[in-house]
Design a binder for this molecule. Structure first.
Ligand code: ADP
Length: 190
C-alpha cells in the first residue's frame, strides 16, 4: 500500500493535487475539511460543532476529528492506499494516525509538503473565496488566522514524520501539471 500525507498550509494546493493523484494511483482521498463540510451540509450535530471552529479559522478539537477520520478509514479497508489531506494537523492526530495504520499492519509511506509563501497563500484563498462559498475563505482576517494556526499547531507534524525520515518538501508554486509531476516523481521513487 501507498499511504501518503499531502501536507502544507491552507491554500497550498493539496485538494487540487489530491484529486489528480487519486486518478493516477487509485488511492482513497480522505480530506477532513471535505468530511466536515459534508456534515455541515447535512446539519448534523458533528457538522454544527465543527462549523463553530471552522468559521473562526480554528482547528476542530482532536477528539472529534480523530473519531471521524477513524470511521472513514475503517469503512474503507480494502483500498490500494490512502491520501490524507488536511490530516494530521496536530501531534496527537499524528500519533492517532500512526496507531490506526499500525492496527492495519500499515504505515505512512511519505509526508509531502507543498511549499508556498504566505502572501501567495492569502492571494489564492481570497481568489478562491470569490467562488467557493466557504465562509473561511471570505474574510482576510480568518485566512490569516488559519495560516497562523498552521504555523503554531500544524507545522510540528512535518518534524514528527521527519524523525522517521519520511518528510519531504516540494515547491508548491508553478503550474498545476508542473507541481503534479514533482509529486509523481516522489511517489514513483517510493
Ligand atoms: P484549508 O486547508 O484550505 O484551510 P480544509 O478544508 O483542509 O482547508 O480545512 C478547513 C477547516 O476545517 C480548517 O480550518 C479546520 O477548522 C477544519 N479542519 C480540517 N481538518 C482538520 C483537522 N485535521 N483537525 C482540525 N480541524 C480540521
Amino acid at each position: 500500500m501507498i499511504n501518503l500525507i499531502l501536507f502544507g498550509p491552507p491554500g497550498s494546493g493539496k485538494g487540487t493535487q489530491a484529486a489528480k493523484l487519486v486518478d493516477k494511483y487509485q488511492l482513497l482521498h480522505i480530506s477532513t475539511g471535505d468530511l466536515f463540510r459534508y456534515e455541515i451540509g447535512n446539519s448534523t450535530p458533528l457538522g454544527l460543532e465543527a462549523k463553530s471552529y471552522m468559521d473562526r479559522g480554528m482547528l476542530v478539537p482532536d477528539s472529534v476529528t480523530i473519531g471521524m477520520l477513524r470511521n472513514k478509514v475503517e469503512a474503507n479497508p480494502d483500498v490500494a492506499g490512502y491520501i490524507f489531506d488536511g490530516f494530521p494537523r496536530t501531534i496527537p492526530q499524528s500519533e492517532a494516525l500512526n496507531a490506526l495504520m499500525g492496527e492495519k499492519g500499515q504505515r505512512i509511506s511519505k509526508l509531502i509538503m507543498l511549499q508556498v509563501s504566505d502572501e501567495e497563500l492569502v492571494e489564492r484563498l481570497k481568489e478562491r473565496g470569490k467562488t467557493s462559498g466557504r465562509p473561511d475563505d471570505a474574510n482576510e482576517e480568518v485566512i490569516r488566522k488559519r495560516i497562523d494556526v498552521y504555523k503554531a499547531e500544524t507545522s510540528p507534524v512535518f518534524d514528527f514524520y521527519a524523525e522517521y525520515g519520511r518528510s519531504i518538501k516540494i515547491n508548491g508554486v508553478g503550474g498545476i501539471e508542473e507541481i503534479f509531476d514533482r509529486l509523481c516523481a516522489e511517489i514513483d521513487s517510493l
